[in-house]
Design a protein. Structure first.
Length: 160
């Protein structure tokens, strides 16, 4: 599948982004049942995400198929690590959202979206990009590993 990645055009891309937010929630709900599936979630998440991106030099990229239909998205922003990290390594890019529609999965769309984030990070002088992933999302973990990402930290939990 030939895909083009471009910067989001807001508010025109908002309907597609809301659809991606819902799609990711539904996908992750199969892995982690604590995910909200209520009708208001996408709008609430979008309303929180946009100011966060604006405050942290963030970007949204949209992947389009040859018919210019949106088939995926990614949101990335700049973060700063904890004080115990060396100052020169403290700033990093953080991929906060990444989703590809089912019909486009396995065609390299996610890799292209990640590459757009990496280019953005280089332009800001950042030397590291991180992405969070649910431990049970083996498909995403494999895709990230194929893009050169490896484990950095692990958060464990215990349900009471």
């Amino acid at each position: 599948m030939k895909v083009h990645v471009r910067e989001a055009r807001l508010p025109a891309d908002k309907p597609d982004i809301l659809g991606f937010i819902v799609g990711l929630q539904q996908y992750e709900h199969a892995l982690e049942t604590n995910r909200r599936l209520d009708a208001q979630f996408a709008e609430e998440h979008y309303a929180n995400l946009i100011p966060e991106l604006l405050a942290h030099r963030g970007k949204i990229f949209i992947a389009e198929d040859p018919e210019t239909r949106a088939v995926g998205w990614v949101a990335v922003c700049e973060k700063e690590g904890e004080i115990y990290i060396r100052a020169e390594d403290r700033r990093y890019g953080f991929i906060a959202e990444l989703y590809v529609v089912e019909a486009a999965r396995g065609a390299g769309v996610g890799r292209l979206l990640i590459a757009a984030c990496e280019d953005w990070a280089r332009q800001l002088g950042l030397t590291t990009v991180r992405i969070g992933v649910l431990a049970g999302n083996s498909r995403a973990i494999g895709a990230y590993e194929r893009s050169g990402y490896g484990p950095y930290s692990l958060e464990v939990r215990k349900r009471l």
